[in-house]
Design a protein around this ligand. Structure first.
Ligand SMILES: CC(C)(COP(=O)(O)OP(=O)(O)OC[C@H]1O[C@@H](n2cnc3c(N)ncnc32)[C@H](O)[C@@H]1OP(=O)(O)O)[C@@H](O)C(=O)NCCC(=O)NCCS
Length: 189
């Protein structure tokens, strides 16, 4: 269980299924994610079942549920995936589901906590992400959490009739540790 200023990151549970399905099949959310094909309850349950038993080293990934620290409301999920033991590197992904919760600082806070886990618990050396060029809210949140622009993957996404460049962002452990040296915590319970 890890805390930010506004969020709590906890193990994801199969019981989160109903909360996930409330908003997960909206195009408003899915336009920024990897796939815009609706996900069935069965497929989502299978993904959840896999996610609940994932071990970052054995399976190369981990997903946590994001909750509002004060109210306990389920906000979404945050992941590290393609974790490489050799290169000590992982890809970052996040989705907050309810549009009413966006732009309120939850994403920046969640990203900081997940980076803290990546560098201070897993001992990774770098974390990177890709996001669509039109997802300015995401880029701003990632930048506030410490990610830097690392380049562009041209026309990597085809969404709603248009190709979009993927913006690549990354952060090194040494950069994160300047703000959160060993022994510090991102947020308190
Ligand atoms: C991306 C995401 C995690 C960001 O989290 P968030 O809680 O919404 O973002 P935050 O409130 O922490 O920060 C957003 C920043 O962008 C700004 N912003 C908000 N909407 C914006 C917009 N439409 N265009 C540009 N900037 C915007 C905010 O003002 C804030 O910056 P500021 O603090 O300097 O004012 C969240 O919006 C989300 O999950 N969106 C849907 C799925 C998604 O896009 N996932 C990421 C795929 S790569």
């Amino acid at each position: 269980m890890y805390y930010g200023e506004k969020v709590r990151l906890r193990a994801i549970e199969v019981d989160d299924l109903d909360d996930i399905l409330k908003f997960f099949n909206t195009l408003e959310l899915r336009q920024y994610l990897n796939s815009q094909i609706p996900m069935s309850r069965q497929a989502e349950r299978q993904w959840l079942e896999r996610s609940t038993t994932m071990d970052p080293w054995r399976d190369g990934g981990m997903t946590l549920a994001v909750e509002d620290k004060k109210t306990g409301e389920f906000l979404g999920t945050v992941s590290l995936f393609d974790i490489s033991k050799q290169h000590k590197r992982a890809e970052f992904g996040i989705a907050l589901h309810n549009p009413e919760n966006l732009g309120k600082g939850y994403g920046t806070d969640t990203t900081r906590v997940m980076l803290w886990i990546a560098f201070q618990i897993l001992g990774l050396n770098s974390v990177y992400l890709i996001t669509m060029d039109n997802n300015e809210r995401a880029q701003r949140a990632y930048e506030k959490a410490g990610f830097k622009n690392a380049g562009v993957f041209r026309q990597g996404a085809y969404v709603k009739g248009s190709f979009h460049d993927f913006v690549i962002m990354d952060i090194l452990k040494e950069e994160f540790l300047k703000e959160y040296p060993p022994g510090t915590e991102v947020g308190k319970s």
